[in-house]
Design a protein around this ligand. Structure first.
Ligand SMILES: C[S@@+](CC[C@H](N)C(=O)[O-])C[C@H]1O[C@@H](n2cnc3c(N)ncnc32)[C@H](O)[C@@H]1O
Length: 281
């Protein structure tokens, strides 16, 4: 099992969000590929894990919330629905910034005034004032940071939190605790190669060490299996219509990639025959 959860004013834009920019589908990070295919929940434990976290966070009108790496804004929607006093998202991808701004615009339209905005920045340098938040949340983003950057982001979370603040994490973990180091390294290597993102993930006790090194005391840990693309999880996270669209888009993408590969093979074989004919004519 490698999936788990560790408890651990917008502007109006009408632009179509195209996460992953102009990368080709066979090279782009898996989260952007899933987003392109229509998936909105891009974290390993799905909505179930997010709800578990948010229920424990007990967010209300006295909370100032910072979300690191909101992606397409699915958790932003749930956070804003809980009516915090303020919400700041920090995201480095321009398409994700605009997706989250759109969510903010929808969620605060007509509602009572909530101060909400998105900062385009790296999560290790948010630009937000010291001790300005009571809650920091980050899902499916620390796992994809190299060790020093991961530690810098945890340090930044500690800096922006007020004393007694809560840091909520939803990330990947490796079990069992006594996994052979070579297998752990192989797992990270294989996962990085298949999802096109360099993942560095700890066992639950390694995560604890990384958090404690920045002064956090771990309150609760909840482990779930990684089932992001299982049909029942897809239905739970995305609903029937979006799951069907995702499956259709996936089939079309695989067909297009297969067609492109076949075309390249045919062209290469044709070129090879031409060269041979010229050489032996
Ligand atoms: C797998 S997606 C998760 C998005 C969202 N948290 C969710 O669970 O649906 C990873 C997100 O992290 C963002 N990200 C990755 N590293 C980041 C960093 N160092 N600073 C800010 N955002 C980052 C990416 O742009 C992307 O939006």
């Amino acid at each position: 099992m490698i999936g788990d959860e560790l408890t651990a004013g917008g502007t109006t834009t009408a632009t179509r969000v195209s996460p992953g920019g102009n990368l080709s589908v066979d090279r782009m990070p898996a989260h952007w590929l899933m987003a392109r295919l229509g998936k909105r929940v891009l974290r390993p434990g799905g909505r179930e894990a997010t709800r578990w976290l948010l229920d424990r966070a007990r967010i209300d009108g006295t909370d100032d919330v910072i979300e690191l790496a909101p992606g397409l804004g699915a958790t932003a929607r749930e956070l804003l629905a809980r009516g915090p006093r303020s919400y700041v998202a920090v995201e480095r991808d321009a398409a994700a910034v605009s997706a989250t701004e759109q969510v903010i615009e929808e969620m605060i339209a007509g509602a009572r005034a909530v101060e909400a905005r998105v900062v385009k920045a790296d999560a290790s340098r948010t630009g937000v004032a010291d001790e300005s938040a009571s809650v920091v949340i980050g899902e499916a983003m620390l796992s994809m940071q190299p060790p020093r950057h991961k530690q810098a982001i945890i340090h930044e979370a500690a800096r922006v939190l007020r004393p007694g603040g809560r840091y909520l994490l939803h990330e990947l973990a490796v079990v069992p605790e006594d996994i052979a180091p070579s297998l752990h390294a192989q797992l990270e290597k294989d996962l990085s190669a298949s999802i096109h993102v360099g993942v560095r993930i700890g066992t639950p006790s390694q995560w604890r060490e990384w958090l404690e090194a920045e002064g956090f005391a771990l309150e609760e840990v909840h482990l779930l299996p990684m089932r992001l693309l299982e049909v029942d999880r897809l239905l739970q996270d995305e609903g029937l219509a979006r799951t069907a669209r995702f499956a259709w888009n996936e089939a079309r993408t695989v067909a297009a990639m297969t067609f492109r590969a076949a075309l390249w093979c045919a062209l290469a074989a044709w070129g090879y025959r031409l060269i041979r004919r010229d050489r032996y004519a």
